[in-house]
Design a protein around this ligand. Structure first.
Ligand code: G
Ligand code: G
Ligand code: NA
Ligand code: MN
Length: 253
């Protein structure tokens, strides 16, 4: 219960932090995109992972404020990287609850443009389930977001309850194959079938494909052979604070 009040304070003070994880462009062998992942540096409990507080934020009406904080912080950091010529695009995770806020698109745009950043440098990652509860309204909102030039990505693809019919209607640019299909893909024939056909389907729909959870070279190589566009996972880099990731990007350059 005390986390609820603590979270209110955390959003207003400087206890939240974004870590960043690269998305490797497999063909080009370069990183142009990062995903921002929130962490909470709690004064007594130490580092709290998002799974332990995003749900609380959603249930206590704090998710809009939290997401605004995330977008603003990502914009500030992206702007700093642009000035260092580490030109990237940045992805942030949003919650299904954010799509219920009718002002969400306008707020997003306003925050992003405080820094005069191009809208297409921002990607929003949403899970399939974000769309299931009220598809008509959610799809309308996603269309508005895309009309602003913001990119949309389906996170944890394959684990939700959305239908292919729904996927077809979604105005998205990218599909991220959930890591549960990827982590054993090198040795599991069933996962190979799932991943291979998902890549093919996504490409046929004009979507870019990211595989999550790559932990070894064999998996990365196999995904490259299947035509997967991007890879994310500990083998490439763990999520890390901005300073560390900035350094890592410079060394890779
Ligand atoms: O970083 P980690 O793997 O612990 O993330 C766990 C989960 O928390 C993932 O599903 C991720 O999408 C989600 N998550 C991370 N950062 C954010 C955020 O800023 N907002 C929301 N809504 N979810 C996030
Ligand atoms: O739900 P979402 O895909 O946003 O979750 C991202 C989560 O996955 C983050 O918490 C991140 O720390 C974690 N993650 C990223 N790469 C790997 C990986 O290679 N292996 C495992 N086990 N987790 C990963
Ligand atoms: Na994500
Ligand atoms: Mn994911």
């Amino acid at each position: 219960l005390s986390l609820v009040n603590d979270l209110r304070i955390a959003i207003e003070s400087d206890q939240l932090q974004l870590f960043y994880q690269p998305k490797l462009d497999i063909n080009a062998g370069v990183v142009r995109d990062l995903e921002a992942l929130i962490r909470w540096r709690h004064p007594e409990q130490g580092m709290i992972p998002p799974d332990a507080f995003i749900g609380i934020a959603e249930q206590t009406g704090q998710i809009d404020a939290l997401t605004r904080w995330v977008i603003r912080e990502a914009a500030r950091q992206y702007n700093a990287w642009v000035e260092e010529e580490l030109l990237l695009s940045i992805a942030v995770n949003i919650s299904a609850e954010n799509l219920k806020n009718q002002n969400f698109t306008a707020e997003l745009e306003e925050i992003w443009q405080e820094f005069s950043l191009p809208m297409d440098a921002l990607t929003l990652e949403i899970t399939e389930s974000a769309v299931v509860s009220d598809p008509v309204s959610a799809i309308g909102m996603l269309c508005d977001i895309q009309d602003q030039g913001i990119k949309l990505s389906i996170d944890d693809y394959g684990t939700g309850y959305s239908s292919l019919a729904q996927l077809k209607q979604l105005p998205v640019n990218e599909l991220k194959i959930d890591r549960s299909f990827v982590d054993k893909v090198y040795s599991d024939p069933d996962d190979q079938i799932i991943v291979r056909s998902t890549i093919r389907m996504a490409h046929d729909m004009g979507l870019s494909v990211v595989a999550e959870g790559i932990e070894d070279a064999e998996t990365l190589e196999w995904l490259g052979e299947q035509g997967c566009d991007k890879a994310q996972g500990y083998f490439i880099s763990r999520p890390a604070p901005a300073a560390e990731i900035g350094q890592w990007l410079k060394e890779k350059d």
